[in-house]
Design a protein around this ligand. Sequence first.
Ligand code: GLY
Length: 349
Amino acid sequence: MKELRVNAGKGYNIYIENNILSKAGRYIREVSGAEKACIVSDTNVYPLYADALKTQLEENGFNVYDFVFTAGEESKTADTVLEIVALLAENEFTRGDILIALGGGVTGDMCGFAAAIYLRGIEYIQLPTSLLSQVDSSVGGKTAVDLPQGKNLCGAFHQPALVLIDTKTLDTLPQKYFSDGMAEAIKMGCIKSASLFEKIEKGSARDIIEDIIFECVSLKAGVVERDEKEKGERALLNFGHTAGHAIEKLHSFKGITHGEAVGIGMVMITKAAEGNGLCERGTAERIASVLKKYNLKTEDENSVEDIINAMSADKKRTSSGINFILIKRIGEGYINPVKNENIPEFFGI
Ligand code: GLY
């Protein structure tokens, strides 16, 4: 088992182990005196793991409730979160009770947001079952729902009380979603760790997945501890995401995974950085090769012009331009503001 502590919020532990689900009740009881626990999960993950988790929770004295929603980003709405909090209110959950996010990024984001707003904040546990949520979204306390105007526009920073990463859940994860998570691991290597990038580039990630997850969450924990509310350094975690979100939007969030879009975004922004003399030559090509190795895309059918236009709702935008995240070389991310009028030229159009 691997473990680490994140000193953000009240501070919390992350445990990473194959089949940690079979001991989850004990770990959750260690951090919570709750009488009631509500499992939040989706229609894909609930049938696979909820029974085992319920048994664990009941054996450790929790009175267990559940909320199951239709799997998919379409469910990540304020309406679904209000349904969760209504269920908590109907069942008289108090501030001492807890929520447990059992699932991927959508589940964690919504469960965390419900926990942030119910009674002005109760505790929640992250039990991420997708690679993307294990390497990234379950750590750091970003919670949100989507609005018709854009992704994650309504949310709160609310740190979990515990993160339990069970690598066995990756056995049931379709290959496409393993690749999805690999894009975020590659991103972490690009911005923070050349050695992590090389490990992913040279080896087979599946064989060393516990190490990769540990390195990703350790690096992320450091960033979150230094900049919990994204006033500076945390923005580096958005490498590839400005173009990535624009690409997802152009595809109406269908037929392309978040990781695929972020991968394309990383290549696009790095090519632009190279073109402007802001990144070591050959870096975009190196990122593209590693993305291909994990069956990720490196370009999109939409034109660069259309992608730039679709960046307008980006959260990294200021009134005068966009704070693009670039890398100088593999392992070294930085923020580079570009004025609105210079954006097309920055991308070479
Ligand atoms: N996923 C990016 C962040 O947590 O800041």
